[in-house]
Ligand binder design. Structure first.
Ligand code: AQP
Length: 339
């Protein structure tokens, strides 16, 4: 069989088991994964090896890994059709990451903005893992020769790097078609959900302010309070979508409303033209509770049976390993490792 003949449509994506899953992770990523299960084989990974690029308490990492798996299922991922598994249980990720570390160039990694943001001023003290994080992400995708990668907008640069690494590997080793060019799928009306406290910053698990994000574990009351207190400007809501330009907080709230309701920004702006934020926020809170409430309740139920979750993750890892086996055998042969 030729290398190209091995190319098959396949989805790979993942979430780090750190902090609390939030509305940005849901609207930017997980929600968009659900319909893909009907279209092609899907792997949804809990990327615990990415999580340890910064310090994480081991007991917490175990709990968060189960929590992410529960969130996937609670959001509508079917563990029979899709493969849900922890990254660390499939050694191909680490093995391929090393090989790709030798393909990727330091200059390419130096341009990664997420490393600059996460390492901050104390770059000398950041882990080597945090620096090499995008190469591990390339390995996650390429170990399955995945063709489609649904992610939020913040991951676009890392996906472009994965494509460059795939291309360079193919060129260096003269295997033109071995790795496909994985396609980033940046979907939905809110590929970048912003913080509720600052419309210019991404909603993020690591933001120290709890009021910056809606967690999937938040109570209805938490959601209501957070949306009530969400930062806005003193102007009423605009009459046209163009009126949202230069109003990042208002634009973010309208975007979230659009994503949760399935309506266009235009129709929402039309409905609330010239209104104060209070009534709009109260409807937004109702919408958010109607979406997040049932997910949170399902997550809580699933988390009561840890043994069942562990079994799902173990079986997922077995299935994932089966896919990587022939790919890794061929990679070892291409690179010149003895078989
Ligand atoms: N604010 C967001 N809007 C849209 N999509 C988002 N994603 C994350 N934040 C937003 C998408 O969620 C998926 C999983 O992300 P992750 O947890 O693996 O890593 P992350 O992007 O680093 O998430 P956070 O919340 O920003 O974590 P911290 O604070 O630790 O950096 C990805 O597809 C991501 O694009």
């Amino acid at each position: 069989m030729t290398d190209k003949a091995l190319h098959k449509p396949l989805v790979f994506s993942g979430v780090q088991p750190t902090g609390n899953l939030h509305l940005g992770n849901y609207l930017g990523a997980i929600k968009n994964w659900v319909p893909m299960q009907d279209e092609m084989p899907c792997l949804f990974c809990v990327v615990d090896m990415h999580a340890i690029t910064v310090w994480v308490d081991p007991a917490e990492l175990r709990e968060k890994t189960r929590e992410i798996a529960a969130a996937y299922i609670a959001c509508g991922i079917d563990a029979e059709r899709a493969i849900i598994f922890p990254q660390s249980r499939v050694s191909a990720h680490a093995e391929l990451a090393w090989i790709l570390n030798c393909v990727a160039r330091v200059g390419w990694l130096n341009r990664m903005t997420q490393f600059k943001e996460k390492a901050g001023k104390n770059r000398e003290n950041a882990s080597v893992g945090l620096y090499a994080y995008p190469v591990l992400m390339a390995a996650d995708i390429l170990a399955y020769r995945a063709t489609h990668v649904p992610v939020g907008e913040d991951q676009k640069q890392h996906l472009e790097l994965a494509r460059d690494i795939a291309q360079k590997f193919n060129n260096d080793y003269g295997v033109e078609d071995f790795f496909p060019q994985p396609e980033p799928l940046i979907l939905g009306p809110t590929p970048r959900v912003m913080s509720l406290r600052d419309g210019t910053a991404k909603m993020s698990k690591s933001d120290p302010s709890e009021f910056s994000r809606i967690n999937l574990s938040d109570s209805n009351d938490d959601i209501l309070q957070k949306i009530r207190k969400a930062k806005t400007d003193p102007e009423p809501l605009p009459d046209t979508p163009e009126g949202l330009e230069a109003r990042p907080e208002a634009a973010n709230l309208i975007g979230i409303f659009a994503a949760l309701s399935g309506r266009s920004r235009e129709s929402i702006v039309g409905q609330y033209a010239g209104a104060q934020f209070s009534g709009f926020k109260s409807e937004l809170a109702d919408l958010t509770i109607a979406t997040i409430g049932p997910i949170r309740d399902r997550m809580q139920r699933l988390l009561k049976d840890k043994a069942a979750l562990d079994q799902i993750l173990e079986r997922g890892a077995d299935r994932a390993r089966e896919i990587t086996r022939p790919v890794m055998a061929r990679i070892r042969e291409i690179v010149g490792f003895l078989g």
